[in-house]
Each structure stands twice: as C-alpha cells, then as structure tokens.
Design a protein around this ligand. Sequence first.
Ligand code: UD1
Length: 450
Amino acid sequence: MPTALIVLAAGKGTRMESDLPKVLHEVGQAPLYAHAVASARDLEPERIVLIVGHGADAVQASAGALGIEATFALQAEQLGTAHAVAQARASLDGFDGDAIVLYGDTPFIRPETLERMLAARAAGHAVVVLGFQPDDPARYGRLVMDGDRLARIVEFKDATEAERAIGLCNSGVVAADAQTLFNLVDAVGNDNASGEYYLTDIVQIANARGLTATVVTCDPSETMGIDTRAKLVEAEAVFQARARAEALDNGVTMLAPETVFFAQDTHVGRDVVVEQNIVFGPGVTVETGARIRAFSHLEGCHVSSGAVIGPYARLRPGAEIGNDARIGNFVEVKASEIGEGAKVNHLSYIGDATVGERSNIGAGTVTCNYDGVFKHRTTIGRGVFIGSDTMLVAPVTIGDDAMTASGSVITEDVPVGGLALGRARQVNKPGLARKLFDRLRAEKDAKKKG
Ligand code: UD1
C-alpha cells in the first residue's frame, strides 16, 4: 500500500520569539521538519506534502537545499489542523493509499511507531491515531476510548472535568486512507472553544459514519513538540542521547559519548573509534575502522576505512579522505581528495586540491587556492614529498614522485620525479651575529645607565 506524508509546517511558533519559522529551527543541525520527514523515510512515501504558511518561501528553499522531494501546499491563514490537512488535497490528487499526518515541530516519532500505525490501518481501522500517556497530560487533547475503539478526541479547552482526568493523550499523528481523510476533514466545522477546524474531530465523524478508529501508543519521549527555545535545548539533548545510543548499538567505540555531538545524517561505521570532544556537522560519513581523534570538527566529508583524523583536525565540505590516510593536528581540509595512505600530519591547509596516494605533505604546507576573486586547484601526484612550509600557489600541478624543498613558494608546475626549490639561496656571514649581539647589548646597557 503506497504511503503519503502530510507534514503540518505552517505555524509561526510565536513562543520561539524568532524571525525564523518554527520548523526551520534546528536539532542535530537539521531543521525540525526534516526530522519529521526522516521518521517516515523507511516507509518510502510516494508523496510528501509540506503544508507551509509562515516563512513558506524559506521552508521551501530549505527543503530544496536538503534534497527533500516534496510538494508544497500553502496554508495562508492557519485556521486549524483540519484546515491545514485540507490544503494537501490537490497535491494528493490521484493518490491511492494511506496518508500519515505529522507535525513539522515534532521531530522524534520513531519509524517503528509509524509502521505500527500502518499495521493497524492494514488490520481494517479507518483512522489510526497515535496516543501517549505523559506524566502530566497538561493541555493535550484527550483520547476518549470505547473499549479498544477510539470514540472521539476532545481538546483540553472543550473538555469536561471528567474528560480532563483521562491520561491518554493525542500526539497529533494520524493515519488514514488519503481520500477517506479528505472526506472526513470536509465535514469538520469550527464550532468549538478555539473557533478552529480541529483535525481531531475526524474521529467522531468517522464513528458516526460507521468507520472504526483506534489508537496506537508510543513512549512520551517520541511526541515532544518544540515551541520554545527551552524546548529546543531539551530536544537537542534528547536527540544527542538517542544518536549516541544508536552509534554504540551500531558498533562504534566512543571514549566519552557525552562529549560527541552528532548531526541528523551522520553515518559512522562499525569499529570506528570516536575519541573525546568531537563535533559532526551535516553530511559526514565515516567508514569502518577509521579513528576520529579528540577535538576534531567534521562536516560534509567522507572518511574511508583505516584513516586517522586529528587530534584537532578540521574537515570541511568536500573533504574526501582515502583509506589509511592521516590528517593530523591543526590541519584543515576542504573540497579535496586525500589519496590512500597519504599523510597531512601537521598545521596545514589543503583546499581545492588532490593529493595522490602515499604522498606526504610536510608541516605548515598551504595550498594558496584563492587569488582574491577566483578559486584554483592544486594537483599533487602519487608518492610526492612536499617539504615543510611549502606554499603551493594554485593553479599548480606537482608530478608523481616529485619533491619540493622546505620553505618553497611553488608557482610553476613540477615535473614527475623533479625537485623544486622555490626560495632564496642561503648566505652565511661568519662572526656577524656575535658582532650584532655585542652592539645591541652595549646599546641596552647605555640606555639603562643614562
Ligand atoms: C494539537 C491537537 C491536540 C494534540 C496536540 C499535540 C488539534 C485540534 N489538536 O493541538 O489534540 O494533543 O496537537 O501536540 O489538532 N498547524 C498548521 N496549521 C494550522 C494549525 C496548526 O500548520 O492551521 C501546525 C502547527 O504549526 C503545529 C501543529 O500543526 O506544528 C499543531 O498545531 P497546534 O495549533 O500547535 O495544535 P495544538 O494546540 O498543540
């Protein structure tokens, strides 16, 4: 049965006190709505509809940048959750399957939970609602059960004292056949305490039509919605705790997991060792058996098996580190391929470059990739030795098995097997240092006395 996602992302999030629409605030360096979309990734949704309103253009641009293939339905005025869902109708025209409604500000629903909801749908329930039992039911909508069946959902504002005493709450996540969902939503009115079109009303309407509704429950940690900065901080901690636990379950060795910060899309393979105080930005993959040493910062990069990164290394977008390569302390690599077994061990900047297999880049080497206007590439062949403190002024190519002398400024290509010296010849003046010292010390003494 094909699945479609409807993600409600039109709200402003007034309590965030922000110019940024609520769903663009980030957890694990990914916007909140992207977490909601990712929670349904395993279901391989045929269509994804983002209901956008506040900051619609920004949300749309963000989804484009993240490669999320969605259609966007504008909800110009936020008249309630049922009204929001109704906006998805045109996007799901001709779609025959189940729709799942998610909130863009609720990032932690587990894929297994959605699978259980679809299983309840497959078992014949027309509407499946995700419920949970929080310690404090606060102002959540309450699920009014009739045996195993869900009779209706009552919003806190509209609930009686007896209904408010119910501990089973509505998460907001709903699954139903898409066309049935739109038919039910059509019948929702706004005669209630908020004057809003409540999606929750579809349950009662379904029952009145002889359809069945039921509840699947999940842990309250999954249903956390983010509507304040304080909640965002809490959510980040929850995300990191989950990501660390998953990494450990997947066979990653971590010396101090509480000091390692993951992004939503970080992939770390089995038997990778992640030392203390590591930050993974977006787009990082670390292959089996690599080691990320303490105090390193990685983003948009790929680290192959057996490579050792850090301590104190910075891998920026486009860094492609080959098998068994070494990136050492205070080394920055950007948009560069470092070949198998190559070493860049100390205090270097390698940007817009290719470093061939087994080449050794001496301490303090800089690829001078920027002329103030354009970026240029540096190509270093295999088995090359770049002497310490070499400035490689790009565009420049160093042939296989070549060498550069320490302290060289290399402005011309170096042929295969060649040695390039690009520095002034040394001149020694015997005895001159001693003379200079004597003169300067005499000056100092004269100043002290006078
Ligand atoms: C909703 C549920 C409530 C549930 C709670 C869980 C309804 C009527 N109530 O209440 O039963 O316990 O969620 O958090 O559904 N949104 C839009 N457009 C709109 C209205 C909302 O995109 O017109 C988005 C909001 O930005 C938000 C989400 O939908 O992300 C939920 O809306 P909100 O108004 O916060 O619902 P609650 O009052 O929390």
